[in-house]
Structures are given as structure tokens and as C-alpha cells.
Ligand binder design. Structure first.
Ligand code: ZN
Ligand code: ZN
Length: 306
């Protein structure tokens, strides 16, 4: 059985606002329940940009190899994970410990002992990555037409994080979903919400993204750079009325991770609304929090996917 992997290399962040530097990795020797994945693809997340350029601190100190949207093939494993060798996998962005009170209560996303590649240890901007075997997602060796293993890397975060937010909201065909920010995460949010049969409104400031959203399931797109909150509200209200769905309250998904997007998402609350906060920004926003009370609305965040 193959154990240590030699000759692996990666691209490391050594300091804020500096280019990633190529580096050689030491021999990757998996512990009993760890394995080594030969990276096929690794998505670039907005969080990586935050780590590299915006001063968002990584939990493991720099230098560190970033990247937490990883797909690849298992090429080495410890004795308790040997059945994974040779399989194609997606590495979850957040790998819970599986045994703490939060994990046992089914709240694995808030596990305090979770491992996030590219944050708690070296990640996927590399030829190989060493990860725990827990929560690994096996991928069929024969993929549907047009899909490749590297393409599936974004399932680790950019697809599953909006999926989790939408699943928690209970979105269905009687609902109107408003997706604020239809980029790397919200673009998938639009597709998931449309696949569930909801009436989907996409809001962004980028015309190209809005066109993509239209092609992939948005029934209404609104350009927030050309319309103020009042205008957006009126357009969403008209859409809701005309779509004649029976769902009570909008299901709003903030996926832009910008103060402007968050302000818009909160500003769209109506009676019984559900607001999911999926995007991240370190910047504060000013809100009238009592709108939650006045509208009997719900606001909720999620970190990754359970
Ligand atoms: Zn991410
Ligand atoms: Zn745990």
C-alpha cells in the first residue's frame, strides 16, 4: 500500500497582499484516519481573496496554502481509511470532528474542532492535500456528459453552501426566492432555487451576471446599480403578486457578501419573510433590526453545509 507521497508541491501565501509562492511540500504521510488527495481542481472562493488581500486572518498562521474547494483522487491513506484509495472524491470545505456535542446534535457546521483545508492547515492550491477521511464525498467514476472531476471542486463550497441555506429555508414551488448577488455562490443559488420550482428574482449590479442568471432560472432580474431600494421593492412586490404563489413571505438569500447587498436584502423583508445570510463581509452595516419584529420575520446564517 502507498503511504507517504513525495514530490508534492503547492502555492503558498506568506504575507498579506503578496503573490502566492511555489513551494515543495514535505512527504505527506497520512495518519490512521487521514488520506492524501491528488488535486484535480480547486475553486477560488471569495474567502481566499479575503485571506490574501483583505486581512481576514486564517486560523493557521501564515505561511499557508489556501484553497478549500477541492476535488481529486485519493492516492494514499492511513490504515483506517484504506478503502478510499483510488476513488474520486470531493473534499468538503468544512470537515467536522464527528464526536463533539455540536456534531452529535447534528450541528456539524458549528463544530469547534472542525478542519477547513486552506484555513486550519494547507489547502488545495497544490498538487496534493492531506485531509481527514471524515465526511469525504465519493464521486462516481463515470460522470454525466460534460462534467469533469475538476469542475466538481466547487461543489465543496460554492454549490453546497447556498444549497444548505435554501434547504434550511424550506423553499418550495409556492415561494418567491430573491437572490441578492448572483456571482460565484448566488449563481448556483439561482439554479438550486429554480430547480426546486420557486419563482426566482436575481439582484446584482453586474449586467453579465444578471444575463447568466436569466439563462439559468431567474424569472426576473433587477440591476441594483440602476434601481434604488424602493424601486427594487416595488418590482419584487409586483412579481410576487403576478406569480400568484401561496407562500407567505419572501425567501431572501444574501449571497453578495457586500454591505450594499446586505442592506438591500434586509430592506426587502416583508411580513413573514425569511432572510438567509450566506455571503461574508467584515464590514458592518446599519439596519433597523426591529424590522424583524415588525414583520415577524426570520434571519439566519449558515457556515458551510451539514
Ligand atoms: Zn469558501
Ligand atoms: Zn465536532
Amino acid at each position: 500500500m502507498v503511504t507517504g507521497i513525495q514530490g508534492a508541491y503547492g502555492f503558498r501565501l506568506s504575507a498579506l497582499n503578496t503573490p502566492l509562492q511555489p513551494c515543495e511540500l514535505p512527504v505527506l504521510d497520512p495518519g490512521p484516519d487521514e488520506l492524501v488527495v491528488r488535486v484535480a481542481g480547486c475553486g477560488v472562493c471569495h474567502t481566499d481573496v479575503g485571506f490574501a488581500f483583505d486581512g481576514v486572518p486564517t486560523r493557521h498562521s501564515l505561511p499557508l496554502i489556501l484553497g478549500h474547494e477541492i476535488s481529486g483522487k485519493v492516492v494514499a491513506a492511513g490504515e483506517d481509511a484504506s478503502s478510499w484509495v483510488g476513488r474520486s472524491v470531493i473534499v468538503p470545505a468544512v470537515i467536522p470532528c464527528g464526536s463533539c456535542p455540536a456534531c452529535r446534535a447534528g450541528r456539524a457546521t458549528i463544530c469547534r474542532k472542525q478542519f477547513m483545508p486552506g484555513n486550519d492547515g494547507d489547502g488545495g492550491f497544490a498538487s496534493h492535500v492531506l485531509v481527514p477521511s471524515r465526511g469525504l464525498c465519493a464521486v462516481p467514476e463515470t460522470l454525466p456528459m460534460g462534467l469533469t472531476l475538476e469542475m466538481l471542486s466547487v461543489v465543496a463550497d460554492a454549490v453546497t453552501t447556498p444549497y444548505e441555506a435554501i434547504r434550511r429555508s424550506g423553499l418550495g414551488r409556492e415561494d418567491v426566492a430573491v437572490i441578492v448577488g448572483v456571482g460565484g455562490v448566488g449563481g448556483f443559488g439561482v439554479q438550486i432555487a429554480a430547480a426546486l420550482g420557486a419563482g426566482v428574482v436575481a439582484i446584482d449590479v453586474d449586467q453579465e451576471r444578471l444575463e447568466l442568471a436569466t439563462r439559468h432560472g431567474a424569472a426576473l432580474v433587477l440591476d441594483a446599480s440602476a434601481t434604488d431600494l424602493k424601486g427594487l421593492k416595488a418590482a419584487v412586490r409586483t412579481f410576487s403578486k403576478e406569480s400568484a404563489r401561496k407562500g407567505i413571505g419572501l425567501k431572501i438569500f444574501e449571497m453578495s457578501g457586500t454591505p450594499a447587498g446586505q442592506t438591500t436584502a434586509f430592506g426587502l423583508l416583508d411580513h413573514g419573510a425569511y432572510l438567509a445570510v450566506v455571503g461574508f463581509t467584515a464590514k458592518p452595516v446599519e439596519l433597523r433590526l426591529s424590522n424583524l419584529m415588525a414583520f415577524d420575520a426570520t434571519a439566519r446564517g449558515n457556515w458551510g453545509c451539514a
